[in-house]
Design a binder for this molecule. Structure first.
Ligand code: AMP
Ligand code: TRP
Length: 333
C-alpha cells in the first residue's frame, strides 16, 4: 500500500502514561518512520470541554508536545501543532455539527461516562466533542487514524459524518472515509490497581498508572505495588480471562517486548510473580526512562517547543485554510 495520510490527537490534560504510549504514541512513531504523511495534534480545544486552569493547561500543552518529541516524533518529518492555533478546526466543527444527527451523538458512550449522572450540567462542548474530532480528521483528508480502543466509536461517527456530507452535497470523494488504526492486542492498557478500569490520566491514584515523566524508582515502586493475586503464574491465555490484573501486566510486558502473550507466558513458566515483576519493571525502565529524561531535557531547551508548535501551525494552517475554502463553497458561502 502507498503512503497513508495519518492524523491523530492527544489531549493536553497532564499525566501522559504508559497506556497513551502503548495504545497510541508508539504507533505514531512507527507510522512516521514508515514514511507516511503524518500530522499529530495537541487537541487543546478538546481539553476545554471540561474546566481547565489556564496556567496548567498552558504547561500541559507544552508538555504533551515535548512528549511527542521525546517519543520520537520528528518535526522535520511530521507536523506537530496545537489545535487552538488553527482556526479551521473550530470552523469545520460548526459546519459538521449541522451535518451530524442528534441520534448519532446520543449513542456516544464516552459522553455518557464523562457526563455521569448529572448529564444536564455537562457542557455542550463535551456533547459535541466527537464532531470536533471528526473535523480534525476530515480537514486534512486523513486516510488513517491511529488511536486506542476507547476512540473506536468516535472514529465510526467521523466516518458517518463524512459519508453524509458527501451524500448531502453530492460530492462523492469530497471528504475521505478515515480508517481507524487500532492495534489488535494491547490497545487498552488497564489501571495497575484495577484490571477492569482503563489506565487513565484522571485516576486520582498515581499508583494506578506509569507516567511518562516518572523517575526510575517511581516506576519500579508502582510495579511492585501493582495488584496481582495469590494464584500461581498463569500457563495459558485462557486462564487470563478471569484475572484482568495479571492479563494487563503480561500485556504490558508483551507489548514492550514485541512478543506474543503465549511466548511471554512461556518465558515465566514455573516462576513467581515477584520475579516477573522485577523483569517487568526492568523492561519498563529500559523503555520509558529514556523518554522521561528526554521530556525533561526538551522542556529545558528554551523556545524549542514553541518554535516546533509555531512551525507546525503554519503548515497546518496552510493545508486547512484551503480545505475550508472548498467547504464554504459547498454550502454556498
Ligand atoms: P487521551 O489521553 O484521552 O487524549 O488519549 C490519547 C490517545 O491514547 C488516544 O488514542 C487513546 O485512545 C489512547 N489511550 C488513552 N488511554 C489509553 C489506555 N489506557 N490504553 C490504551 N490507549 C489509551
Ligand atoms: N478524542 C481523542 C482522545 O481523547 C483525541 C482526539 C481529538 C483525536 N481529535 C482527534 C484522536 C483526532 C484522533 C484523531 O483520545
Amino acid at each position: 500500500m502507498g503512503v497513508k495520510k495519518i492524523f491523530s490527537g492527544v489531549q493536553p490534560t497532564g499525566n501522559l502514561h504508559l497506556g497513551n504510549y502503548i495504545g497510541a504514541i508508539k504507533n505514531f512513531v512507527d507510522l512516521q518512520n514508515e514514511n507516511n504523511d503524518c500530522i499529530f495534534c495537541v487537541v487543546d480545544l478538546h481539553a476545554v470541554t471540561v474546566k481547565q486552569d489556564p496556567k496548567i493547561l498552558k504547561k500541559n500543552i507544552r508538555e504533551t508536545a515535548a512528549t511527542f518529541l521525546a517519543c520520537g516524533i520528528n518535526p522535520k518529518k511530521s507536523i506537530i501543532f496545537n489545535q487552538s492555533s488553527v482556526p479551521a478546526h473550530s470552523e469545520l466543527s460548526w459546519y459538521l455539527s449541522c451535518v451530524a444527527r442528534m441520534g448519532w451523538l446520543n449513542r456516544m458512550t464516552q459522553f455518557k461516562e464523562k457526563a455521569g449522572k448529572d448529564r444536564e450540567k455537562a457542557s455542550v462542548g463535551l456533547y459535541i466533542y466527537p464532531v470536533l474530532m471528526a473535523a480534525d480528521i476530515l480537514l486534512y483528508d486523513a486516510t488513517h487514524v491511529p488511536v486506542g480502543e476507547d476512540q473506536k466509536q468516535h472514529l465510526e461517527l467521523a466516518r458517518d459524518i463524512s459519508k453524509k456530507f458527501n451524500t448531502d452535497f453530492e460530492a462523492p470523494d469530497f471528504f475521505k472515509i478515515p480508517e481507524p488504526l487500532i492495534q489488535k492486542s494491547f490497545a487498552r492498557i488497564m489501571s495497575l490497581k484495577d484490571g477492569t478500569k482503563k489506565m487513565s490520566k484522571s485516576d486520582p491514584s498515581d499508583l494506578s498508572r506509569i507516567n511518562l515523566t516518572d523517575t526510575d524508582s517511581e516506576m519500579v515502586n508502582k510495579i511492585k505495588k501493582a495488584k496481582t493475586d495469590t494464584n500461581l503464574f498463569p500457563t495459558d491465555t485462557y486462564s487470563l480471562k478471569s484475572r484482568p490484573e495479571i492479563e494487563n501486566l503480561i500485556g504490558i510486558y508483551s507489548s514492550l517486548k514485541e512478543k506474543k502473550i503465549e511466548d511471554s507466558l512461556n518465558d515465566f513458566k514455573d516462576q513467581n510473580f515477584s520475579f516477573f515483576k522485577e523483569e517487568l519493571s526492568d523492561l519498563i525502565v529500559e523503555k520509558i526512562s529514556p523518554i522521561s529524561k528526554e521530556i525533561k531535557k526538551i522542556k529545558e531547551e528554551k523556545g524549542y517547543i514553541d518554535q516546533v508548535l509555531r512551525d507546525g501551525s503554519d503548515k497546518a494552517n496552510e493545508i486547512s485554510s484551503k480545505k475550508i475554502r472548498d467547504i464554504k463553497k459547498k454550502f454556498g458561502f
